[in-house]
Design a protein around this ligand. Sequence first.
Ligand code: FEC
Length: 294
Amino acid sequence: MSAAVVLMAYGSPERLADVPEYYADIRGGRPIRPELLEDLVERYRRLGIEDESPLNAITEQTRAALERELDDVQVFTGMKHWTPRIGDAANRAVASGAHTVVGLVLAPHYSALSIAGYREQLEAALAARAELAFIESWHDESGFVELLADRVRGSDAHVVFTAHSLPERILGMGDPYKDQLLETSRLVADAARLDDWSFSFQSESPTGEPWLGPDILDHLEDLHGSGVRKVLVCPVGFVADHLEIRWDLDHEAAEKARELGLQFARIGMPNAEPRFVEVLAALVRRALSVPSKA
Ligand code: FEC
């Protein structure tokens, strides 16, 4: 039976002029304060995104590498907040003759406020035209854990695992997001035999409600206050070099560390490297051996 993969990512504006439409998509029609839009445009400008996005290019490299690794299964990219849309990818997968579609998100941890949105878009677009094998989370996938462990093993720095924050209300919803993040962090720390590590959130948005903390910027201050002088950041909640890595960590958190006199570094992201693509391929193969109904 033929199968295809819809490989999903958050998406990024292709050029600077796209930022307002992209931000509007993220806000889902809710109003955007002009100063927040200006600030976002400025962040993208400073990352060098004028006419093309190096960030979307990474997703395409990952897609192509996964397709090569899987050999006889086509892989289509679908973005949550930009083009190509998840719906377009679903249509292309069905048009390719696939009877089973594997839905794989390039984010390892499940939340009703993140992964569920990808699933809804994919299910709606497939409209039962193909069987869906959706991978809900892969936060404890051994190849992923080992890949990260290899990047922090032997470090003499205090390792800070990070992930995107979400509104605090998810805790009252029984959402597994935070537990899964802590589990990945613990698994990586155990595999790398780390004693000196902690977890913090990053990239909180000013939406007017409380978000999960501690935020990395406050956390760096606390670490400094408790005597830490060297930090290595391992962003377990992300897999690619995008805005949240290159701005929130490489710019904002690095600057905070400089102010505090902390040595600061972060691990290299998996992006499209062969070892990471093998992890993705293993997830797809497993999903195809036990397809679930949409
Ligand atoms: O590189 C890029 O261009 C895109 C980087 C990017 C990634 C990403 C991942 C996640 N987000 C998650 C949750 C939220 C929630 C809101 C929110 C807002 C933004 C904004 C930008 C943005 N996010 Fe994001 N996110 C990325 C980029 N995110 C830009 C809007 C400006 C700002 O607030 O800074 C709040 C929405 C609202 O206003 O209501 C919630 C989660 C992830 C990790 C999982 C995933 O990748 O899907 C969770 C990458």
